[in-house]
Design a protein around this ligand. Structure first.
Ligand code: GLC
Ligand code: CA
Length: 574
């Protein structure tokens, strides 16, 4: 990974990425579960959209406790998704269409059904014991129950420590009890990880999205979590984020594996600020190319810290601009941003940052796409975003399948902190299943996702929102995204121009310049986006030169009058 010379971009900075959550994308055999042949069938759809790269959420063998983020065999395909032949067919079809594939690398933890863990838990002197993190109890209660080593709360269960009675020790799991954390202090574990990475790279995959990769190095002191002591009911992931050896491990991984292949990498890194971000992704660091930061995902969290992300109020635009601008400015010239509004863990962008009412859904979805694709960095599109898919509301808690939702329900409703009714509202605003309802392909039964019974209920809005109708409508969100992707190819300034925020205190409009560099030095982009349903008047200092309107979500230009959710991009050429 070398820094771009003369402010031009390197190949890995240029793609637009499309994330696929295979379970919910397209079912080819009527069992209600999306699968690899379903993805292969939709390659022409993705080629039509124009994306360069697919990030595939995990497709490996897994008991599916966390939908594949709990892997029991890194070299095998989940039978529900197909076979290795199906994978090879998909990879070939994608490459044939000029689309690369990035795999999800989940190596902070495995499934408890992975052979390594089955061995490890069998006895203290098993050779695999040190693949995981085992601790003696802090003591015993009066009733003789072992006391966990720390007070940490796991992401999907009450404690991060699970007692293993055979060998009388606790093992660490930052997520569910079925996701034991690997012990990265053990060099053999690291070599195992590098080996499996080589296995996929040698097969021809083009890169990795690395799951919670900044949690791999644990502070050996294992201190208690002060937030838990203060009453927080949400997870203690922050206690293991950005640990003492994480950069050493990533540099080793880069040296041993990544630097030997033409790969694309993006790390998923909760609890990072821009200073951390520069350490993971700085051009001179030899670690990762890009990362997913979470600061803009945290802006609508609950003001009560005990409740974490579970809430039903909205973000403030000034905060959003401040956060995104900080990442734009602080990484400028030193590292590269990954840009996203949503993914399989987040609610739907149009419902969260836009307006999903029938009147404004299309306009605001296009507005959001415009803002994101004009920032500096690599844009990610999450499946269905290009259709303007929306959050869902299920009245029955049992209709949700996500372990995080059920765990939060138990923690918050179970402890009496939140009522059942409030929690259902919070879930429909913040829950991960909002992103996981099956893709709406057509207005027919099960939205054309499956011929059988879908594993998760569909969003009932599929009659109004679906790919078939989007493809038939030149004014659809799909074609707006197609245009944004095409514009990035035509105008390097969209990729490499520097960023300048306008009117940071404006609570209604997000406006910024991109200043061209190198070959596009004479150019400036002016991006203007109305985040409200009101008509507003705004004027901005015009850059030098002639201007053209590159894209807009209205058929005409009313100049300084911004209509609801209007977004437009002018290119100035001096
Ligand atoms: C990441 C994944 C999420 C998963 C968790 C544990 O945050 O994106 O889906 O549940 O890690 O692997
Ligand atoms: Ca299937």
């Amino acid at each position: 990974m070398t820094a771009p010379s003369h402010r031009e971009t390197a190949w890995w900075q240029e793609p637009v990425v499309y994330q696929i959550y295979p379970r919910s994308f397209k079912d080819s055999n009527g069992d209600g579960i999306g699968d690899l042949p379903g993805i292969t069938e939709k390659i022409p759809y993705l080629a039509r959209l124009g994306v360069d790269l697919i990030w595939l959420s995990p497709i490996y063998k897994s008991p599916n406790h966390d939908n594949g983020y709990d892997i029991s065999d890194y070299r095998a395909i989940m039978p529900e998704f197909g076979t290795m032949d199906d994978f090879d067919t998909l990879l070939a079809a994608a490459h044939q269409a000029g689309i690369k594939i990035m795999m999800d690398l989940v190596v902070n933890h495995t499934s408890d059904e992975h052979e390594w863990f089955i061995q490890a838990k069998s006895s203290k002197d098993n050779p695999y014991r040190d693949y995981y993190i085992w601790k003696d109890p802090a003591g015993y209660t009066e009733r003789g129950e072992p006391i966990p080593p720390t007070n940490w709360i796991a992401a999907f269960s009450p404690s991060t420590w699970e007692w293993e009675p055979t060998t009388e020790q606790f093992y660490l799991h930052m997520f569910s009890v079925k996701q034991p954390d690997l012990n990265w202090e053990n060099p053999t574990v690291r070599q195992e990880v590098y080996d499996l990475m080589r296995f996929w790279l040698d097969k021809g995959v083009d890169g990795f999205r690395m799951d919670v990769i900044n949690l791999i190095s644990k502070d050996p002191a294992y201190p208690d979590d002060p937030a838990v002591a203060a009453g927080s009911k949400t997870d203690s992931l922050g206690m293991v984020a950005n640990g003492p050896r994480v950069h050493e491990f990533l540099q080793e991984m880069n040296r041993e594996v990544l630097s030997k292949y033409p790969v694309i990498t993006v790390g998923e890194t909760p609890h990072v600020d821009t200073a951390d971000g520069l350490l993971y992704t700085g051009f001179d660091r030899g670690e990762l190319q890009t990362l997913f930061q979470f600061e803009h995902m945290g802006l609508d969290g609950n003001p009560n810290p005990a409740l974490g992300k579970w809430n039903d109020t909205r973000f403030k635009l000034v905060d959003l601009k401040d956060t995104l601008s900080r990442w734009q400015n602080d990484l400028s010239g030193k590292a590269w941003n990954a840009l996203y509004w949503n993914n399989h863990d987040q609610p739907r962008a149009v419902s969260r940052f836009g307006n999903d009412s029938p009147e404004y859904r299309v306009l605001s979805a296009k507005m959001l796409g415009t803002v994101l694709h004009c920032l500096q960095g690599t844009p990610y599109i999450y499946q269905g975003e290009e259709l303007g898919m929306t959050n869902v509301y299920f009245e029955n808690i049992e209709d949700y399948k996500d372990i995080e939702i059920h765990d939060a329900y138990r923690k918050l409703v179970g402890s009496g902190l939140v009522s059942h009714e409030d929690m259902l509202r919070y879930i429909s605003q913040s829950g991960r299943d909002n992103a996981r309802t099956p893709i709406q392909w057509k207005a027919e039964a099960h939205a054309g996702f499956t011929g059988g019974k879908p594993w998760l209920k569909l969003n009932p809005r599929y009659t109004e929102i679906n790919a078939e109708e989007a493809l038939a409508d030149p004014g659809s969100v799909f074609y707006h995204y197609q245009q944004l992707i095409a514009l990035r190819r035509q105008h390097p300034i969209m990729v490499n121009g520097t960023y300048e925020l306008l009117d940071p205190k404006d609570e209604q409009v997000y406006a910024y310049y991109r200043h061209g560099t190198g070959a596009s030095e004479q150019e400036t982009l002016l991006v203007i986006a109305n985040f409200t349903d009101s008509t507003l008047e705004r004027t901005y200092q015009e850059p030098a030169g002639e201007h053209t309107l590159l894209t807009s979500n209205y058929p005409d230009d009313t100049q300084n009058t911004l209509r609801p959710y209007e977004a437009k991009v002018y290119l100035y050429q001096a």
